[in-house]
Write a protein that binds this ligand. Structure first.
Ligand SMILES: CSC[C@H]1O[C@H](OP(=O)(O)O)[C@H](O)[C@@H]1O
Length: 353
């Protein structure tokens, strides 16, 4: 079950809005369909969104050449930039969306002296490279994260929030990649998965992934996390990320901030697993991270029926920001950033990037 795959000029996206009941793929043959798939969370999770956006840009490039064969390279690049700006609007928080588009656009710009057909071929190769890189990034991050957690020298009980698994990436996942690595070493006792209201990525996606891999998982409602930490011997919390500011403040699924406070209260180490592409060093702190607000129906629809409540009386931020002071370490594909603050992150990037 691939999260997404590129097939002869179309992007096949596993539609996560209907998982786990149905496994159906959306066929995207135009960049607008990729934008829509990202906006409705048919494809979701920062790294997966980045990979999808890269292929969306390839679809745009192919369409430009198909519809206007006599385009000059300059005209192509101008139109290509414009598509990038529109595709970026799909979702504001996950920086990987912007990172992937910027990587393709800047690469295309370096080829401005080439025939347009060469530029399109090169961006297709680059999009495939971004997907292939994510596979290896997940593996490396998972190894570093597992090594760090094995220092606790006992089988571990982990709590996680939302879905930072294979369904959020092109590989084995970020937080769930670390969990899979621990399980492979026989050092995972159990995972407690928050259901993660309102879209239930934990109940629908994380539980499905872990059961498929025969990893012991217990589903809990979000409001059980405190009691589980107090009574079930949770050894660590591991979550994913959508954007990490230069000082280590981390935007992730709504509810993550609360889980970090609970972990701090219970003396449980709180870890983030994220690729370097999720860091946004242009932002000094989490205060600057744009937080997506989503449709009120996601919150006010209960048992299939919207509660008679005006949308203005519903708050639906898709993310919150965990202060870096709550984070023990960030697991990346280049190693572990312990005490992730401005100085440690700056030093890490200088020596690893
Ligand atoms: C591996 S990053 C996954 C990250 O993305 C999720 O958000 P969404 O489901 O809205 O795309 C959540 O924040 C996860 O931690």
């Amino acid at each position: 079950m691939d999260t997404l795959y590129w097939q002869k000029g179309s992007l096949q996206v596993l539609d996560q809005t209907v998982l786990p009941e149905k496994e159906v793929y959306r066929t995207c043959t135009a960049w607008q369909e990729v934008r829509d798939a990202i906006a409705v969370l048919a494809v979701r999770g920062a790294p997966a969104i980045g990979v999808a956006a890269a292929y969306g840009m390839v679809l745009a490039g192919k369409a430009l050449v198909r519809e206007r064969p006599s385009l000059t390279a300059a005209e192509f690049l101008q139109a290509f930039h414009a598509v990038g700006k529109q595709l970026e609007q799909a979702r504001p928080t996950a920086v990987n969306l912007h990172w992937a588009i910027a990587r393709l656009v800047s690469m295309a710009d370096t080829l401005s002296a080439q025939p347009v057909s060469c530029i399109v071929a090169a961006i297709e190769t680059e999009a495939c490279r971004i997907q292939a890189e994510d596979l290896e990034i997940n593996r490396a991050m998972s190894r570093f994260g597992a090594e760090e957690l094995l220092k606790q020298d006992k089988p571990l009980t982990i709590l996680t929030h939302c879905n930072a698994g294979a369904l959020a990436t092109a590989g084995i996942g970020t937080a769930l990649g670390v969990i899979r690595a621990l399980h492979a070493k026989g050092r995972l006792l159990r995972v407690y998965a928050d259901e993660t209201r309102p879209l239930l990525q934990g109940a629908r996606l994380t539980v499905t992934e872990l059961m498929a891999d025969h990893i012991p998982v217990t589903l809990i409602t979000d409001n059980m996390a405190a009691w589980v930490m107090k009574t079930k011997g949770v050894d660590a919390v591991i979550v994913g990320a959508d954007r990490i500011a230069a000082n280590g403040d981390t935007a992730n699924k709504i509810g993550t901030y609360g889980v970090s406070i609970l972990a701090k209260e219970h003396g449980i180490p709180f870890y983030v697993a994220a690729p370097l592409s999720t860091f946004d060093l242009t932002l000094a702190s989490g205060a600057d991270i744009p937080i997506e607000e989503r449709n009120a129906d996601e919150v006010r629809t209960v048992r299939g029926t919207p509660i008679a409540l005006p949308a203005t009386a519903v708050f639906n931020p898709a993310f919150d920001v965990t202060p870096h002071t709550h984070i023990q370490a960030v697991f990346t594909e280049k190693g572990v950033i312990r005490t992730p603050d401005t100085a440690h992150i700056d030093s890490f990037f200088r020596s690893h990037h």
